[in-house]
Write a protein that binds this ligand. Sequence first.
Ligand code: MRU
Length: 347
Amino acid sequence: MQSPQLDHSLGWEDGSILAVDQRVLPHEHCLLRLSTVDQLLEAIGTLAIRGAPAIGLAAALGVALSAHRNSAGGIVDDAAVRADAARLSAVRPTAVNLAWGVRRAAARLDDGPGAVLAEALAMLDEDAAANAATAQRGADFVESLIPHGPLRLLTHCNTGRLATAAVGTALGAIVALHGRGRVSEVLVGETRPLLQGARLTAWELGEADVPYRLCVDSAAAAAMARGMVDCVLVGADRIAANGDVANKIGTYGLAVSAAHHGIPFVVVAPRSTWDEELADGSQIVIEERDATEVTSLAGIGVAPARAAVHNPAFDVTPAELVTAVVSEHRIFRPRSSQADLTSPVAP
Ligand code: MRU
């Protein structure tokens, strides 16, 4: 591990993948140098690298890494790389970006390891461009719903630059709104069990000088009831064709509460998170994670040793609870008669 030198959460240097280790933030800032696919699988599986766009990009770099290690004289050992690609696709099941990243990079295998790496690096640039467009569109959309006054926003999990190649999705929109002088406060759900909100989003908002308060996840509904929230902004891990949205566990509850209180619920996510092959969210595989994430907190046991645990990492919010999904190519409004709008903002 080294001190961070990356502008973004991911990069490539001298035949290795560089990644910010998100497990140890905010107290330690470490850069991982991953030189084998096994190391990358461990990093994604333990959430050192996390967030749907970031794991898709990391997986694409992983295919490049495998092609780099399994080639001689520019000729790639196709079978070895495809075996690694299959392992990368399967390491986390919910975010569609993972299989998308692997598929795109692997499609260049016939052109040699350099071409695979060039594709993965192009995907990083594309995600950065998508972030920039989506953040502005998301901010425009929120301003179109709530044109005046200070905004009290609520967000969940981490959708910022750690989770993407650049400024992030929902958090990118929040930072853009802050840049326009509109944000009075962001309520950040801590995001049990792994505390992506407390550890990562709070840190990113602090770095960007955006005013925020952290709350336990179970305080969100009451905050909405007390009139403390004007709009909920979240990201996504997989979006079905009808607009059903898989995202971090707890998102569905926020959407139910927002609908009950008449609060806009806006999802900000890149095109790569849409899974048009799924008609709706019922087929989305929800990752179930280790029981110890729930029975302990920061390594300290908080439950009886043999407690049985239900630990889904994600849930699915039905489209009818979603005000809009804002992407770089469109704004999808499941509840509107004009369901699919092209924003006036250039993509
Ligand atoms: O388990 P994680 O931390 O990878 O979950 C991440 C989320 O649920 C994010 O909200 C989602 O991936 C969008 S990131 C732009």
